[in-house]
Design a protein around this ligand. Structure first.
Ligand code: PLP
Length: 356
């Protein structure tokens, strides 16, 4: 499919001070759109000036949340080249989400090309400073103008881009995590393994509670037994217990399969570490803390890459980890992944995808 490009006649001013960039507040000059109509499939791929999208007030996504998304980044190397990190994995995962939500599947290779075409048009928006990047948000939403609950026959696939600042302006910093006792994010048979928009709506209440208690993120326990560790906020989670790296297995279907998670496992295994994917009970962490074998904990995701956990609160129990310092494995993964993403170290895995 051809992508028709219409450039804006009134480009916006780019952020002058890249050290003030935050996350997802400003957007580039263009966006990618394509429509799905039953009988026609996905069609009308186009890059157009960034702007409002007309929606009927009865559009299905507004009522029943038939919508999903992806999150990825474009990185500028020291030589000024722009590259993506495993973009085909994002589009593959988007189809996993689509399938679960009765959203028509996309052509994964074409959608990677669409991302590249859009980033190319807005390439001057990819920031230059250390640690900055262009966040890319592909998403799909149902637009049928009717209130019946059924799979949509008309949808929009869109991509927007936002220049984002260095996640750790002052270096890798540990976060405080609150183990959520009341609310759950996902259950077996539900949509936890997808990036369904609704998953994030239902997580807000717990995040609000964590904020009130002075914690930055929520650690989710499984929705059935309320004892197995699932994720931290919208990140996967790893622990180093007695020297062994462990992370929750994805078997229950309630955990999102992170591309950063997968990359961390591959990096560690390539360096000779053993990584075990298995069920991890919250009580096991408490026991490890008590007997001095709880070495490290960290979250993984595209936004932060690695987010070291400095404190975990479970009920009345407060576990302070690693003297508030960055663990050895957290630092190793952070240096390796960001090194590959920004082109500072050789990509021996074949993960980097240049713009052209
Ligand atoms: C996106 C996301 C992650 C991280 O996935 P990456 O592919 O590593 O960015 C983890 N958990 C949830 C719930 C997510 O939405």
């Amino acid at each position: 499919m051809e992508i028709k490009i219409t450039k804006t006649l009134s480009p916006k001013a780019k952020p002058e001070d890249e050290s003030k960039l935050s996350f997802g507040k400003i957007f580039t000059d263009h966006m990618f759109l394509m429509n799905y109509d039953e009988g026609q499939g996905w069609h009308d791929a186009r890059i157009v000036p960034y702007g409002p999208i007309p929606l009927d007030p009865s559009a299905m996504c507004l009522h029943y949340g038939q919508a999903d998304f992806e999150g990825m980044k474009a990185y500028r190397t020291a030589e000024g080249k722009i590259q993506l990190f495993r973009p085909e994995e994002n589009m593959k995962r988007m189809n996993v989400s689509n399938d679960r939500l009765c959203i028509p599947l996309i052509d994964e290779a074409f959608c990677v090309e669409a991302v590249k075409a859009l980033v190319k048009v807005d390439e001057d928006w990819v920031p230059h400073s250390e640690g900055t990047s262009l966040y890319i948000r592909p998403y799909i939403f149902a637009i049928d103008p009717m209130l019946g609950v059924h799979p949509a026959k008309h949808l929009i696939f869109a991509i927007i881009c936002s220049p984002v600042g260095a996640y750790y302006a002052a270096g890798l910093a540990p976060v405080k995590i609150y183990v959520e006792p009341n609310y759950v994010r996902a259950v077996t048979g539900g949509t936890g393994f997808t990036k369904a928009a609704a998953n994030y709506a239902i997580s807000l209440k717990a995040q609000d509670e964590a904020d009130k208690q002075g914690y930055e993120q929520v650690l989710w326990l499984d929705g059935v037994h309320r004892k197995y560790i699932e994720e931290v906020g919208a990140m996967n989670v790893f622990f180093v217990l007695n020297g062994e790296v462990v992370t929750p297995s994805l078997d229950r279907g309630s955990i999102l399969s992170g591309i950063t998670r997968k990359s961390c496992i591959e990096v560690l295994r390539s360096k000779g570490y053993t990584v075990t994917e298995r069920n991890i009970e919250i009580d096991e962490l408490v026991a490890a803390y008590e007997n001095g074998t709880f070495d490290e904990a960290f979250g993984t995701g595209t936004a932060a890459v690695i987010s070291p956990i400095g404190e975990l609160k479970y009920g009345d129990k407060i576990m302070a980890l690693n003297n508030g310092e960055i663990g050895k494995i957290s630092q190793l993964l952070y240096d390796t992944l960001t090194g590959i993403q920004w082109g500072r170290i050789e990509d021996t895995f074949g993960w980097v995808s240049p713009l052209e």
